[in-house]
Design a protein around this ligand. Structure first.
Ligand code: 13P
Length: 257
């Protein structure tokens, strides 16, 4: 059996200015002890304007939390007013970049082609994409969830190759479970994560697919984290709302206590 290091990531979305961001990280760290971090990776993804402050705090206080970003542009540089490039993020010690979040797809018209270009840009600079995929409620009800998710994978990963399995994370985030309080059952989450792994095995072979981490995201809370992570193909969580509370996020990270 593959030994995958679970990854718990906080997606703060458009919350927390840089001062609030510092406070939140300090409080999370206050609630956690060294053993809570061991054997898993803990990531926070603040807004762009808070990255520098959080980076400085993590370094100066030696907090074992890794920095992630919520988005990037696919070009290295250029006349793209308002955008942030991957090399800029790399200079801030950002290791993970979320790409293809359903909010970006739905609210900012990002299609699979854009997601694919962003993912490749993240890889080009040695950062690690967290690729989000997931179906809507309508798609789930009509029975097309698997087709939607595998279709997103096919298009987002077109032309992409992976050598180090830790360098790519997939997040299964059913759109109907995001910010709604509705959580996929642990079985639903496990089933789709297993389907994603099967897809990866067909494309990249068994060995690689067994070592790629697949997260679940969508109304993850302290009360459901354990059952969600019990699924053998669920290797962590991408947490939205609950990650804005230091107590809740710390409880999620410390779910093994
Ligand atoms: P919630 O945890 O608020 O449902 O958000 C999930 C999410 O979108 C994480 O990226």
């Amino acid at each position: 059996m593959a030994e995958r290091t679970p990854i718990i990531a906080a997606n703060w979305k458009m919350h927390k200015d840089h001062l609030e961001a510092i406070q939140l990280v300090q409080k999370v760290a206050y609630h956690l002890d060294e053993p809570d971090y061991e054997g898993q990776e803990v990531v926070v993804c603040p807004s762009f304007v808070a990255l520098r402050s959080v980076q400085t705090l993590l370094q100066s206080e030696r907090i074992p939390i890794t920095l992630g970003a919520q988005n990037c542009h696919h070009a290295d540089e250029g006349a793209f007013t308002g955008e942030v490039s991957v090399p800029m993020l790399a200079r801030l010690d950002v290791r993970y970049v979320i790409v293809g979040h359903s909010e970006r797809r739905a609210l900012f018209d990002e299609d699979d082609g854009v997601v694919n270009a962003k993912l490749q840009a993240v890889q080009r600079y040695g950062l690690r994409p967290i690729l989000c995929v997931g179906e809507s409620l309508e798609q789930r009800r009509s029975g097309s969830a698997v087709d939607v998710v595998t279709g997103q994978l096919a298009a987002s990963l077109d032309g992409v190759s992976v050598e180090d399995p830790e360098s790519l994370v997939i997040a299964y985030e059913p759109v109907w479970a995001i910010g709604t309080g509705e959580t996929a059952t642990a079985d639903d989450a496990q089933q789709m994560c297993a389907t994603i792994r099967e897809y990866l095995a067909e494309h990249w072979g068994q060995v690689l697919s067994e070592n790629i981490r697949i997260q679940y995201g969508g109304s993850v809370k302290p009360g459901n984290i354990r059952s969600l992570l019990a699924g053998e193909d669920v290797d962590g969580a991408l947490v939205g709302g609950a990650s804005l509370s230091s107590e809740d996020f710390a409880l999620i990270v410390a779910h093994r206590r």
